[in-house]
Structure formats: C-alpha cells, structure tokens
Ligand binder design. Structure first.
Ligand code: DAH
Length: 335
C-alpha cells in the first residue's frame, strides 16, 4: 500500500518543473488533508500491535517524501538561476559604443569670451526678442523709412510692423526704457538678414554695448573699446577709429585693429591694408535718447556693436562663414 503511494509520488514529482507545482504536490501529500497526514491520523484505528510497525513505515515514507521535495526544490531553484544567468548575461568585455563628447561651438566660445570681458568691466547683460517690432529695430534708432537697411532685400519682414531683428541695437531701446540712467549693458544675440555668401549667413550673432551717464565722452568709448580689443586679441594690437555714419550715433566711428594675420604688412585677409574692421560705434544720437524719454541735457553716452562671426573668423583664421553652421564635427572638434 505504502509502496504504491511512494511510486505514485515518484511519478508525480518527476514531471514537476515549477516551484508552485511542487508546492501543490507538497500539499497533496503532506498538507493537513494530505495523503500521508490522513494515514497518520488513521493510526488510532489500528490495533496496538500494528501501530508501531505501521507508524514506523509511515514516518519513513513521510521523511522520504519530504527529502524528495526538498531535493526537487533545490534543483528547480538551481535550474532557474542558471537560466537567469544565461539569458541575463552581460558581456563586459564587449567594446563599448563610442559617444563623441560634445565641445563648445566656436561661436559660443567667442561670444562668451566677449561677454566675460565686458562683464569684468562692469557691464550687465541684457536680452531682447529676435522677432522685433519695426519700431524698436528701426524707428526708435533714428533709422528713417527710406533707409537702405529697411529694404526688403535685407530685412526679413514678418508683417509690415514686425521683423526679424537685423541687429542687436533694438535692445538698446528696450534696455533704456526699462530703467533710468545711468545704464551700462551689453546685449549679445542672434540677428537676421536676407543675405548668404562666403562672408554672410541669414542668421548671425552680434554683441551690442551701451553706456549712458552724465559726462560720458568719446575718450571713454575709446578707452573701453581699446581695452576690449587688447583683452581679446592681445596687448600690443594697434587700434584706430575711422569716422563713419550710423543713424543712431553722432559722431560715429568704425573701429579697426591691426591685421593679426600679417601684423599690418598687408595680406589677402586685410585686403593689403594692414587693418581689419571689427566694430561700429559712436556717441548715442540725442534723438535716440529722446525716444526713450532720457533728459539729453543731463545724459549722454556711447554705443557699439560687433559681429561675432567676424571676430571668430579672424581669431581662428576661418575664411568661409558657412563652416560655422554646417555642423561638421571634423570642423567643430578643432576648437
Ligand atoms: N547696429 C550696427 C550694425 O548692425 C552696428 C552698430 C554700429 C551698433 C554702431 C552700434 C553702434 O551700437 O553704435 O551694423
């Protein structure tokens, strides 16, 4: 009888592959209402002579079943673990995928250098929108309706009254309206003109500068800009101011520095002149100050503006502006 149970049990356990099935099997044989348990309960119904004999065999059978279940449990667990190791195996010797670390874009690098120099000189950093009102981009800066800069050829018009800013100078107006003089800030950012060739892209970067206070003179402007050029390009670089015209400054100047490539001897980059033009500047036109409600009897000041691409091209000796925007990492990696 018990031999039959053992046999049946052996068959049952042989087909089991999961821990939950094994548990069901345990319940079936050893549980409260299990086969072995009910036999043990029935011991009370046999004769006192038979009892120890039957009890011994039952206990042995129970022990046999318990051991078999334990052994099965271990083998299932082992099997599951080895399966897991096989399927979740990570080969740490496989070479990793190379992710090229990014580098700062050369234009951002130059832009940050320019900003840092002016911040050290006490200028704040001001920002304005790239989609700008015609009023701030032109009108308030004393640029009349028939000025060539307003030509459809140059300016991206969104509507008659809204443009993509063609320079960072509108930030002068916005910055002055926001606060009372004295003011001293720079305005870096993107500007847009409908133009594309080896030295022009439809989007490029400028840094504007503005300083308004009592008794500001042209020599203050010269001092600031010469210091800037020396910090940017080196102490010994010669700087000259040439008379020029901008509607929003009077007098106006274009600022040149000695050609850093040929050291002033004359080369292709400086068109044999020995000089490179790098900024526009001037004393802020009183009409501009009036447009923002500043007292022109008391306050005056200077402004300047420069193109970041041009400075980067000179500094890194790049002869095609479009390289900055092609996103060729062989080019970008060099900076
Ligand atoms: N806004 C001028 C341009 O884009 C550059 C410029 C010239 C800015 C003279 C100034 C300035 O603030 O005083 O060409």
């Amino acid at each position: 009888m018990l031999e039959e149970i053992k046999e049946k049990f052996s068959k049952d356990i042989a087909s089991i592959t999961s821990l939950s099935d094994l548990n069901d099997l345990r319940v079936k044989y050893l549980g409260k209402k299990g086969i072995i348990t009910s036999y043990l309960k029935s011991l009370s119904t046999v004769t006192p002579e038979e009892r120890p004999v039957l009890g011994k065999v039952l206990n042995e059978t129970k022990l046999y079943i318990e051991r078999a279940i334990l052994a099965k449990e271990n083998s299932i667990k082992e099997f599951e673990l080895s399966n897991k190791i096989k399927t979740e195996y990570i080969d740490i010797t496989v070479p990793g995928k190379f992710v090229a670390p990014g580098t700062e874009h050369p234009l951002n690098k130059i832009l940050n250098e320019v900003v840092d120099i002016f911040v050290k000189m006490g200028f704040n950093v001001e920002e304005g929108p790239e989609v700008e009102l015609d009023y701030f981009n032109f009108e308030a800066l004393n640029i009349p309706k028939d000025h060539p800069a307003r030509d459809m050829q140059d300016t991206f018009y969104i509507t008659d009254e809204i443009v993509l800013r063609t320079h960072t100078s509108p930030v002068q107006i916005r910055g002055m309206i926001k606060r009372k003089p004295p003011v001293r800030f720079i305005a870096p950012g993107k500007v847009y003109r409908c133009d594309a060739d080896i030295s022009h892209t439809p989007m490029f970067h400028q840094v504007e500068g503005l300083m308004i206070d009592e008794n500001i003179s042209f020599s203050n402007l010269k001092g600031i800009l010469i210091s800037f050029i020396h910090m940017m390009f080196g102490e010994g670089v010669p700087v000259r101011f040439r008379p020029s015209f901008f509607p929003f400054t009077e007098p106006s100047a274009e600022v040149d520095m000695g050609c850093i490539l040929c050291k002033g001897i004359g080369c292709r980059v400086c068109k044999q002149s020995g000089w490179l033009e790098i900024l526009g500047a001037g004393m802020v036109h009183p009409v501009v100050l009036e447009n923002v409600g500043y007292d022109t009897e008391r306050y005056n000041g200077f402004a300047f503006g420069m193109g970041i691409e041009r400075i980067a091209m000179l500094k890194y000796q790049i002869d095609d502006i479009r390289l900055f925007f092609e996103n060729d990492i062989r080019f970008l990696r060099q900076f």
